[in-house]
Design a protein around this ligand. Sequence first.
Ligand code: HEC
Length: 362
Amino acid sequence: MRYGPIIGAGALFSLACSWAALVMAPQLQLGALAPAPIPNTSDVHPALRPGLAAQGAEVYRSLGCYQCHTRQVRQDALLFGARLNDVGSNANTINLELPGSGKTNLVNLDLLIALAKARPDLGIAKVTVPPPLLADTNVVAALGQFTANLTLLKHADDKLDVVRPTSGPTVNDVVGNRPAEIFVKVAPETAESVVKLLTDSGAKAELVICNLGPDIERGWGARRSVARDFVNDTPVLLGSLRVGPDLASIGMRAPEKFAAPWKFAGTNTAAEVEHHLLVHLYNPRLLAPASTCPSAAYLFDKQKPEVRFAGEPLALPGKDAPVFPKHNARALVAYLLTQRTDVGLLEAPTPAVAKAAAPAKP
Ligand code: HEC
């Protein structure tokens, strides 16, 4: 046993290393995670659950919903885009005739030059300078600068009446319909340089975030789920099997606009979603005939219950008589309504956060 102490010390050392890597490091990284304040409001994300929703979390747990549903939106990539919000006012403007419409539109020439640099694939359907403007030396000078900068117009026969056939959108279309997505899904440097080009020309542009991945495309949320979304949960019922759709932002989806599955949307009212969720809980087949989601009809009374506060009856689609949701049904729905990933976080931004991070206007 001459080496006993050395072996003992070695074992202690390897145990200490495992503890540091498996317990201490995660604790240092995530232990102090707290709800994040939402800019310009006094709210935080995730919000503390009101009593009913906290009870609903227990109902969700006891009914085993997490066995078929996950609560984590996954995301593959984060890319950027450039959005034109306003053409801005600039002395260097010219009247462009919108093709076919006969309407004229005062357009910022610098912006056109910027757009042509940023998106050479955009053509100009037709530029017509009305005769009275031709006498204006400022306009002629501006137009000269404009055409000189637009290399793509080099081959145009007549600089005052340029036709560049293109199947895609024209600069006129872009300038006429705002906000216009000048770029989507590009690297941050590209989007930033385009935003700078546009803002330098006097227009108002912003950097936008494009979260990408199959879950986002399915409409399951605006961004990926991160550890902070779960700081109020004990235990965290993430779920690992996706027999049914992910429920991470079920509180934000708009069932009335889509048949199953419900899509993420910011336009629905809480009352509409609450009604749909209650109907879904009572009998999922009433909303999606082929649904395999188990019915939780035992959370509803068929007759008006003999209690002082029975609550409002739930109207059902079809010929079924209204039913009375029990307390647990309302609690479960209150909990599902707190499931939302619409708030942008620093570690997982949504377009709203990108707005604040857009480069300052010169
Ligand atoms: C046996 C697996 C299973 C269990 C357990 C289960 N579900 Fe489902 N759920 C599904 C399937 C499959 C769908 C997709 C079909 C549909 O839309 O009804 C679904 C759909 C849903 C939807 C609609 C979401 C959407 O985007 O269309 C909600 C809400 C939902 N379930 C809630 C629950 C709740 C709450 C529980 C616990 C009481 C639960 N589910 C338990 C399988 C399950």
